[in-house]
Design a protein around this ligand. Structure first.
Ligand code: HEC
Length: 255
C-alpha cells in the first residue's frame, strides 16, 4: 500500500497543476516544443553510463511502473490511465518521435528536473542517478504488443487518488466516480470499482451491482510487472472479469 500512498500525493499534484495550465494553441505548442528540445531541457551531452542490458531494462521497467505508470501507464502510452486525454497538457506518448528524439541525457534531465509548469514532477532526491538512467534504458525499449497494460494496482490507485481530491465546493469525488459505474470505458469502470477498496461496508452498496459484470479484464502478465490476482482468505484468486474482480478483490476488503 506504500506505493499507493505516494501515488495519491503525486496524482493530486497532477490534477491540480494540470487544471491551472490552459491548453496552448497549435503554433504556441510547436514553438514550446522547439524551445524545450533546444534550450530548456539540458543534459544533451551527458552520456548514459548504464548499458541497456536486459537486467537494467527490467530494473528500469520496475521503477517506471512504480513512479511513472500512474500517469504514463505501464506501457508509456497512458493505456488505462483514466482521464489522460482530458488533462492539460495531455500526457504524451513516450514512444512518439517527439520524445524519442531526445538524447538519453535529456530524458534523464527531464526525470530529474520535471517539466514546469505541468504535471510532470521532478524526481531529484527520490530516484538515484542509476535508477533514472535505467528508466531511460526502459523508455528506449517500451513494450510494443497488443496487451492493455492495466493490472490490479492501477484501478485501486487511481480510485484512491480521485477519492482523495478536494472538490472545493464542486461535486463530491464519489458522485463523479459513480457516474462511470456503467461506462463502456473499461478503465473508468474499473477505477470506480477500485475506488471502493477498503471503504466502509455501509458506504459500498453501489459497487455490489458490479459483481455480476461479465466484462473481461484487460490482459496483463508477470513479464509486464502486472497482474490481477488477489488473496481471498489466504487463497490466491485470479479474476478474469469485472464481476470476479469486485467479488474477490474489492468486497472482501470492505471494512
Ligand atoms: C503526475 C503525473 C506524471 C508522473 C508521475 C510522471 N509524468 Fe512524465 N509527464 C507528465 C505530463 C503531464 C507530461 C507532459 C508535460 C509537458 O508536455 O509539458 C509528461 C511528460 C513526460 C515526458 C516528455 C517530455 C517532453 O518534453 O515531451 C517524459 C520523457 C516523461 N514525462 C517521463 C516520465 C518518467 C520517466 C516518469 C517517472 C520517473 C514520469 N514521466 C512521471 C506527467 C507525469
Amino acid at each position: 500500500m506504500k506505493i499507493i500512498g505516494i501515488n495519491i500525493v503525486i496524482g493530486c499534484a497532477l490534477i491540480f497543476s494540470g487544471c491551472r495550465v490552459s491548453k496552448p494553441g497549435a503554433m504556441e505548442s510547436e514553438m514550446a516544443k522547439d524551445v524545450k528540445h533546444k534550450i530548456t531541457v539540458g543534459g544533451k551531452n551527458t552520456p548514459n553510463p548504464i548499458a541497456a542490458t536486459p537486467e537494467n531494462i527490467k530494473d528500469g521497467q520496475e521503477h517506471f511502473g512504480h513512479h511513472c505508470g500512474i500517469c504514463h501507464g505501464l506501457d508509456g502510452e497512458a493505456t488505462g490511465v483514466p482521464f489522460a486525454q482530458k488533462m492539460s497538457p495531455p500526457i504524451p506518448s513516450l514512444s512518439s518521435s517527439d520524445v524519442q528524439e531526445y538524447k538519453d541525457g535529456q530524458l534523464k534531465w527531464i526525470i530529474e528536473n520535471g517539466i514546469n509548469p505541468s504535471g510532470m514532477p521532478s524526481w531529484k532526491g527520490i530516484l538515484t542517478d542509476d535508477e533514472m538512467w535505467k528508466i531511460v534504458d526502459f523508455m528506449r525499449h517500451l513494450p510494443h504488443n497488443e496487451k492493455t497494460k492495466m493490472g490490479l494496482s492501477e484501478p485501486i490507485a487511481y480510485g484512491a487518488i480521485i477519492m482523495a481530491m478536494d472538490p472545493k465546493g464542486g461535486p463530491k469525488p464519489r458522485d463523479v466516480l459513480n457516474q462511470f459505474m456503467g461506462s463502456t470505458d473499461l478503465g473508468a469502470k474499473l477505477t470506480v470499482a477500485g475506488s471502493y477498496y477498503q471503504t466502509k461496508k455501509a458506504e459500498a452498496g453501489a459497487v455490489m451491482q458490479l459483481q455480476a459484470d461479465p466484462a473481461k479484464l484487460p490482459k496483463c502478465d508477470a513479464a509486464d510487472a502486472c497482474g490481477w490476482e488477489c488473496a481471498v482468505n489466504k487463497e490466491l484468486k485470479v479474476p478474469t472479469n469485472v464481476g470476479e474482480f469486485v467479488k474477490w478483490c474489492i468486497v472482501p476488503s470492505l471494512q
